[in-house]
Write a protein that binds this ligand. Sequence first.
Ligand SMILES: Cc1cc2nc3c(=O)[nH]c(=O)nc-3n(C[C@H](O)[C@H](O)[C@H](O)COP(=O)(O)OP(=O)(O)OC[C@H]3O[C@@H](n4cnc5c(N)ncnc54)[C@H](O)[C@@H]3O)c2cc1C
Length: 317
Amino acid sequence: MNASIPTSLTDGLDAIIEMDAPLAAQTWFGVGGNADMLVRPQSEAALKELLRRCHNENKTVRVLGSGANLLVLDEGVDGVVIKLDQPAFTQWTLHADGQKNTAHVPAGVDVLKLLNACVREGLDGLCQMAGIPASMGGATRMNAGGKYGCIGDAIHSVATMNHRGEVRVHPHSAIQFSYRHSALPQDLIVWTLLQLTPGDPVALREKMLDIYKFKKDSQPLAQHSAGCLFRNPVGHDGTRSSAGRLIDLAGLKGFTHGSAFVSAEHANFVCANKGGRANDVLELARIIQERVLQSQGVDIEMEVAVWGRSFQPKEKK
Ligand SMILES: Cc1cc2nc3c(=O)[nH]c(=O)nc-3n(C[C@H](O)[C@H](O)[C@H](O)COP(=O)(O)OP(=O)(O)OC[C@H]3O[C@@H](n4cnc5c(N)ncnc54)[C@H](O)[C@@H]3O)c2cc1C
């Protein structure tokens, strides 16, 4: 066992534990180093116990969803990475507790599988998520979405767990949902309750496929990326402009740095070659930021979460 991880962290824990666990295959970029420890709790009780032990042992905790908005650097990550992909966290309930048109969704649920199930069941409210890879925890944290709406539109309430293992439920009215952000505590999201509306399954399927087609036609969905790398910046008039357009105007469409490149299809998609370096992606991000600042006078910030042993993220604006 890695000397920096005490056995008191894992002894008797109802969880799948992997030391020195490769994370590349767990992210959509498909690059990056290992986690000192990857833990998959088998129950909410085990998750609670793990968070308490990590806090007592002063270990950094990171939560991995579907890895669709995440760059893990080549140096890997210290502490404990938690993945909620065991059955206790991946099974949703429709019309939960007799509440009509709701979905109780644990954080590890694949949002696209849920979307398909809702459409089949004739439940509307999630079609805006077509073509957006995410776990429910990651989608809730990022308030994922786009032109057709965001996940926050369908959220009734969210349950979070803090480092003492205490669960708090936040109603929609107490959460400020904004562009790619939900104002929740920096705790682990355990489940999200969705409020949906009845709809015709055939019409919903058409709506979902139309939205997916729009995304597929404008974004390189088959490449290794994390979607849009940069946030759309806010201008002097308070409206957001397209970071992709600024990158394009800076002449960077198709630009390559080592094993990373700017998509020729959508300039805000930075992609990694199979077997490439995560650090090439981060270096390319820095080059893009510099060139856009020089040529367009706009400071763009990364939307994608970056994990690394020595990496300190900049404060979000
Ligand atoms: C091809 C492609 C297209 C995309 N298109 C879009 C798009 O149109 N719109 C959009 O908004 N996004 C888009 N994205 C980005 C991504 O799909 C979203 O940001 C999504 O919400 C990420 O969810 P995830 O589960 O993969 O989170 P991860 O990438 O695993 O994690 C993202 C962040 O959420 C945190 N997190 C994850 N789970 C939890 C939890 N249970 N509790 C607390 N924090 C948690 C992580 O710690 C991390 O900080 C795209 C990505 C790809 C690869």
